[in-house]
Design a protein around this ligand. Structure first.
Ligand code: AMP
Length: 216
């Protein structure tokens, strides 16, 4: 079982690369943000916290995560998108890895400037049905018809937290809490850094060459 942790600021392409990895290798895509957005449909507290960009408590995150990791589609391997977000989550995750019998754990850092992350956040559109991610300002990521998903014809929506004010808070939280994870995984010798500005297809080629060393 392989665990691939994607680390990046908001809208750096974690969701897009996860989708490509799912299609290529059949791994499960576990986005704690998506799990929380689902939970927010029936939980106003979570919904309010998400719309301000605050981090959700570790108790909730670990409950969601542990349930998700037990599903059959995780048996080959899985991609963690948005988790861990703090060093304390990463430390707790080390115990989970042992329990699950993960044989390979790698962390891929998608490096992107704050300016590009902001542009991508403001332009991000997500399919309301299949979750495919588009960007109205990036030629290679635009839908063919404005506002409509290329794959399932459903409407594209904007996330509540994809606006300039909440972006600043999420970016600051990323610098403060998530950035230290890079040293954590570097010291373990499992960190791979990719410049996310080279375009999604090129980024994916690099990711495949990394994953290919552990999984074929
Ligand atoms: P994302 O979809 O990864 O951008 O996450 C959206 C929001 O979900 C974040 O701004 C946080 O409020 C919350 N969230 C997602 N993952 C975590 C996590 N691992 N720990 C705490 N909060 C999280």
């Amino acid at each position: 079982m392989i665990s691939i942790i994607l680390i990046a600021p908001p809208a750096a392409g974690k969701g897009t690369q996860s989708e490509l990895l799912v299609n290529e290798y059949g791994f499960a895509h576990i986005s704690t943000g998506n799990l929380l957005r689902e939970m927010a449909l029936t939980d106003k507290n979570i919904s309010d916290m998400l719309s301000t960009g605050s981090l959700i408590s570790d108790d909730i995150i670990f409950n969601l995560l542990e349930d998700r990791l037990l599903k059959d589609d995780c048996k080959k391997g899985f991609i963690l998108d948005g988790f861990p977000r703090t060093v304390s989550q990463a430390l707790e995750y080390e115990k989970i890895i042992k329990r699950l019998g993960v044989h390979t754990n790698i962390a891929i850092y998608l490096d992107v400037s704050k300016e590009l992350a902001l542009d991508r956040t403001i332009g991000r559109l997500v399919c309301s049905k299949c979750g495919h991610v588009y960007n109205e300002f990036i030629a290679e990521s635009k839908p063919s018809v404005l506002g409509i998903c290329d794959y399932c014809n459903a409407f594209l929506i904007k996330r509540d937290d994809d606006n300039i004010n909440v972006f600043s808070k999420r970016y600051d939280l990323y610098c403060e809490n998530t950035y230290p994870l890079l040293d954590f995984y570097k010291e373990k010798g499992i960190l791979y850094k990719i410049d996310s500005g080279i375009g999604k297809d090129k980024v994916f080629e690099v990711i495949k060459s990394i994953v290919g060393d552990f999984y074929d």
